[in-house]
Design a protein around this ligand. Structure first.
Ligand code: SF4
Length: 249
């Protein structure tokens, strides 16, 4: 077995980079409203193959806004459940429709697909461009069938008292009143839009470590892009386990 990848235990799938948000803290930069999405059949096959070869403990779908393509999300999570992956997470900003019927339908399908941990990205930054009302409708609908927690982005630190964090605490309170508690969330990392719009909050003398970067000598999480790219290969062209076996840092 490839010594650099023998410890793979997590699968991450970027469903799309299209997004309904325009967040000024976004580490990925600017997003279009529509765009390429992952091929659900090939992604599901990759999940199946990875679970055959590795002890996969968790799987996460995210974006962009993954619920612009809920059918792909559900197909991937159904496969993850079928192959016995215990932790099945979705990160969403909760805004993909304003139609209550559609929101309820997607929430129901997510529960059926086996997603069991939804992290809802709500905070001062998201709510600058994402209306809170449809997000609350989604949260209300989905919490009947799936565990859901808010997952805010903090600026500087969770305890810093800047105006963004103050607004974030107000937003979180609205969800607390709905019975939805919060996860730790994350601290905004200086990359993409955050570097462009929030640079005054980052100390130029501090070297920030990217929390999302993998150790290239010991890959634990395998991340598949919407166009199939993964670890120097492409899952749309080659078997994902062959790509992993060929990997060198
Ligand atoms: S932070 Fe999330 S919701 Fe906001 S623009 Fe980036 S991907 Fe979209």
């Amino acid at each position: 077995m490839n010594p650099y990848t023998k410890n793979i235990n997590r699968i991450e799938l970027v469903i799309t980079y299209a997004c309904t948000g325009r967040c000024k803290h976004c580490s990925e930069g600017d997003h279009a409203m529509c765009g390429e999405s992952i091929d659900a059949d090939i992604a599901a096959k990759a999940v199946y193959r990875l679970a055959e070869e590795y002890k996969i403990k968790s799987l996460m779908t995210f974006g962009g806004e993954p619920l612009l393509y809920p059918e792909a999300v559900c197909k991937i999570h159904s496969t993850a459940k079928a192959v016995g992956i215990l932790k099945r997470q979705l990160i969403t900003n909760g805004f993909f429709s304003t139609d209550r019927k559609r929101i309820a339908e997607v929430a129901e399908n997510l529960a059926k697909s086996g997603v069991n941990d939804i992290l809802l990205s709500v905070d001062a930054f998201h709510q600058e461009t994402i209306p809170l009302e449809p997000v609350k409708v989604f949260a209300q609908e989905v919490k009947a069938g799936v565990s859901i927690r808010t997952s805010p982005a903090w600026l500087v630190s969770k305890t810093d008292d800047n105006s963004y964090n103050q607004k974030t605490r107000e937003v979180l309170n609205e969800f607390r009143q709905m019975g939805i508690s919060e996860a730790d969330g994350n601290v905004v990392f200086p990359s993409g839009n955050a570097l462009k719009y929030l640079s005054e909050y980052f100390d130029p003398n501090v070297v920030f470590e990217n929390p999302y970067e993998e150790d290239p000598n010991d890959i634990r999480a395998i991340s598949i892009e919407p166009d199939g790219r993964v670890l120097g290969g492409n899952a749309y062209v080659d078997d994902i386990c062959e790509i992993i076996n060929k990997y060198k840092p």
